[in-house]
Design a protein around this ligand. Structure first.
Ligand code: CAA
Length: 329
């Protein structure tokens, strides 16, 4: 607003323009400015489980979308997953074949970070490791114009620390989506102490345009969801370690007693035990509270490579993915 008042004042100072014409002129300039600033092209870095989901919802919401992965094979794998998801919603009658083709027409894969240079927003969804994210954003910062907004889908790292590697910490937010992205309705929009208020509001509105319900969160490790979810998941493992109940009984208790769509141990397998272990360690490091400390069983399962559904084994054995069988430790 201040910007527009300043522009207005400058115009008032100029001779030869009727005073009555200024509000109209300011309005015109404002419309022009907003039109130019509106988000049209979205870049997504990472086409794994989260990145492909984000790319899918962005293209579905009408944005020209480009998604980058490290190799053509990984790009292909991600896009095939999106095709499968879109085919499923065509089958259900949620969208038509024509709409599916339009969505796919808006979505392109690439292996070159440089192809993201003309994006209005770039959302990063790569490996959950600080050095990798900082390296990527330093590169993007050099490639993208100053107007591009950067967002990280990190679930546990500090946004401020990632943003600090760029020259635009005021145009940097967290956009934390949930798995499976096309289904889960939430996006946490995270602001740091450096995020510009207008940029933040634009990202909250963008979250809604993606069809999600945006919630506002500060840059506190784990934001809202993982601050509450991670201790709950870790406690379910502790309950198992202490023999409070079996794997199935712990899961059924929360499903049938509390109406959760998945029990905590099934959810751990779904999210990935390695991912949860990693998040828990970051949160413990930050808060030094027992509730975020990884139980020994989780560490041992990760060391054994029993990382959950994606590894074929976690708290359940997925040899038959349709009928997971509880493990017998
Ligand atoms: N991609 C796209 N759509 C999917 C999908 C996927 N991977 N998996 C399921 N769906 C769709 C199905 O097509 C179906 O759609 P309709 O309702 O339109 O028919 C719907 O989701 C329900 O699927 P199903 O009937 O096959 O199975 P379900 O009823 O058991 O639901 C679920 C599956 C949505 C995953 C549900 O079990 C659930 O909500 N689980 C909890 C998930 C959760 O908590 N996620 C957050 C994890 S935490 C996180 O992501 C962040 C972090 O930082 C760790």
């Amino acid at each position: 607003m201040l910007k527009w008042r300043t522009a207005e004042l400058c115009l008032y100072k100029r001779r030869g323009i009727e005073r009555d014409a200024f509000p109209k002129l300011v309005e015109l300039l404002k419309t022009f400015h907003e039109g130019r600033m509106a988000i049209q092209k979205v870049g997504v870095v990472g086409c794994g489980l989260m990145g492909s989901g984000i790319a899918q919802v962005a293209a579905h919401a009408g944005f020209t979308t480009i998604v980058r992965e490290v190799s053509p094979e990984v790009v292909d794998k991600g896009l095939k997953g999106i095709d499968k998801n879109l085919a499923r919603i065509v089958e259900k009658g949620t969208i038509t074949e024509g709409q599916k083709a339009e969505i796919r027409g808006r979505l392109k894969g690439t292996t070159a970070v440089e192809d993201l240079k003309d994006c209005d927003v770039v959302i990063e969804a790569i490996i959950e490791q600080l050095p990798a994210k900082r390296e990527l954003f330093a590169k993007l910062d050099a490639i993208c114009p100053a107007s591009t907004i950067f967002a990280s889908n990190t679930s546990s790292l500090t946004i401020t620390e990632i943003a600090a590697v760029t020259k635009r910490p005021e145009r940097f937010v967290g956009l934390h989506f949930f798995n499976p992205v096309p289904v889960m309705k939430l996006v946490e929009v995270v602001r740091t102490i450096a995020t510009d208020s207008d940029v933040y509001e634009e990202m909250v509105a963008f979250g809604a345009k993606l069809g999600k319900t945006p919630v506002r969160a500060h840059d506190s490790t784990g934001f809202i969801v993982n601050r509450l979810l991670v201790p709950y998941l870790l406690d379910a493992i502790r309950a198992l370690e202490e023999g409070v109940g079996s794997i199935e009984d712990i899961d059924n208790s929360m499903k049938l007693g509390c109406g959760h769509p998945m029990g905590p141990l099934t959810l751990l397998d779904f999210v990935g035990l390695d991912t949860t272990y990693y998040i828990a360690n970051i949160m413990f490091d930050e808060f030094r509270e027992r509730r975020f400390a990884s139980p020994p069983l989780l560490k041992r399962m990760v060391l054994a490579g029993w990382n959950g559904r994606k590894a074929g084994r976690g708290f359940y054995d997925y040899s038959d993915p349709q009928k997971p069988k509880a493990m017998n430790f």
